[in-house]
Design a protein. Structure first.
Ligand SMILES: Cc1cc2nc3c(=O)[nH]c(=O)nc-3n(C[C@H](O)[C@H](O)[C@H](O)COP(=O)(O)O)c2cc1C
Length: 219
């Protein structure tokens, strides 16, 4: 691999989904840096269709946690009943760990942590802009990397916004106009856990040469 700027590369490697936070604030300067990194992201036709709501109020974060828990619970219960979840955890041999994972997912507890974060950033996109899902994703990744470089932690959540009924409840609560879609919630705070990297598929299986299926890398 080419020599890359070490600090930049370290930020890429260090970024992990953080779901436990310390009860500590984030400075306004850091928040502004995070939001500025979102603003600098690329967007189709430079449409910049994103809007962000920073939620720090505990009651509002509890509301997000409550709605997220219900939405995730329904989604993962569906995955369990359709056996999708079981195939996802096929490689895990420890039956007790598997059982705990199923419970955490199907109960929705997996998404309840957003009320522990110092703030939740609601990521909205203009519905009329075709590229909005991609544009907002670019802005989110910029934010996650900036968060990491500041020594903070974050998690990108989509499960709580997938169900249209939950999206509508959140839109009403946060007074989001009809012409915007709520794409994601980004929980941000001072990390309360150290995460091991989750497994990644080897490049050999991801990258093809000229045609689909022809390995670009032999190892
Ligand atoms: C589009 C998208 C949606 C995600 N939704 C959720 C979510 O709803 N809840 C959650 O806890 N994590 C969510 N994540 C985080 C992933 O679970 C995580 O990125 C993945 O397991 C890899 O782990 P890592 O981020 O620590 O490298 C999401 C990530 C992405 C990119």
């Amino acid at each position: 691999m080419t020599e890359v700027n070490k600090e930049f590369w370290q930020v890429i490697l260090d970024r992990r989904s953080i779901r436990k936070y310390e009860d500590k604030p984030i400075s306004e300067e850091d928040i502004r840096t995070i939001m500025e990194s979102a603003r600098q992201a690329p967007s189709g036709e430079n449409a910049q269709p994103w809007r962000f709501i920073i939620v720090k109020d505990q009651e509002s974060k509890d509301f997000l946690s409550y709605v997220g828990k219900g939405g995730s619970g329904r989604r993962f219960t569906g995955e369990y009943l359709s056996k999708h979840m079981q195939s996802r955890f096929e490689a895990l041999e420890d039956e007790e760990k598997k059982r705990k994972a199923y419970k955490k997912l199907t109960s929705g507890n997996v998404s309840a942590f957003v009320n522990q974060a110092y703030m939740d950033i609601l990521v909205l996109g203009k519905k009329e802009v075709w590229d909005a899902p991609f544009d907002t994703s670019g802005a989110i990744e910029n934010m996650l990397l900036t968060v990491t470089s500041l020594g903070l932690g974050a998690c990108w959540l989509v499960a709580p916004t997938i169900d249209i009924r939950d999206e509508l409840r959140m839109k009403k609560y946060f007074e989001i106009p009809e012409e915007y879609k709520l794409y994601a919630i980004i929980a941000v705070g001072v990390p309360g856990e150290v995460k091991n990297p989750r497994p990644r598929i080897p490049l050999k299986e991801l990258v093809y040469s000229e045609k689909f299926g022809e390995e670009y890398y032999k190892e």
